[in-house]
Design a protein. Structure first.
Length: 152
């Protein structure tokens, strides 16, 4: 019975490790931005790469955890993307004992949908639109800074 509880505790600890690595990668994805002069997709691609690098920094393989990491990128309109963030899925045997829990594996999913901060390009375009400028070309030639108000 003691070995069963120790085995379950180790499984829970491994799950918390994956949750932590996933959350930290999601924070990187939330805040990473490469500047106002780049387009939306290149910013999201770069943020996804940085999030993957952050997830890989944690030595999950040392604990025999093979997690599949995925970045859920928002759509073009950030306000409509509630499920932007990261997920990590991994499989574990419930117990090492075949009599208790069998030999079946359980699939665990760690989700961290923190969202994505508006990128500077979006802020720049929304400020230019509020100032009555026609489009990105007129806006880029006149303004060198982005005015931030409540996230933008």
């Amino acid at each position: 019975m003691t070995l069963l509880f120790v085995s379950l505790a180790i499984n829970m600890t491994r799950g918390y490790l994956v949750h932590y690595a996933n959350f930290m990668a999601s924070r990187v994805f939330l805040s990473h931005d490469i500047g106002a002069r780049n387009n939306f997709q290149s910013t999201l691609t770069e943020a996804g790469l940085k999030a993957s690098e952050a997830f890989q920094r944690y030595p999950l393989g040392s604990f025999d955890i093979q997690a599949d990491f995925n970045v859920n990128k928002p759509l073009e309109n950030l306000e409509s993307s509630l499920l932007a963030g990261t997920t990590a899925m991994f499989k574990e045997r419930m117990t090492p004992f075949s009599l208790v829990g069998g030999t079946n594996e359980a699939t665990f999913l760690s989700e961290s949908f923190l969202g994505k901060e508006p990128i500077r390009l979006q802020c720049l375009l929304s400020v230019c639109a509020a100032m009555g400028m026609a489009g990105p070309s007129e806006c880029n030639s006149v303004i060198d800074v982005t005015v931030f108000d409540n996230g933008c």
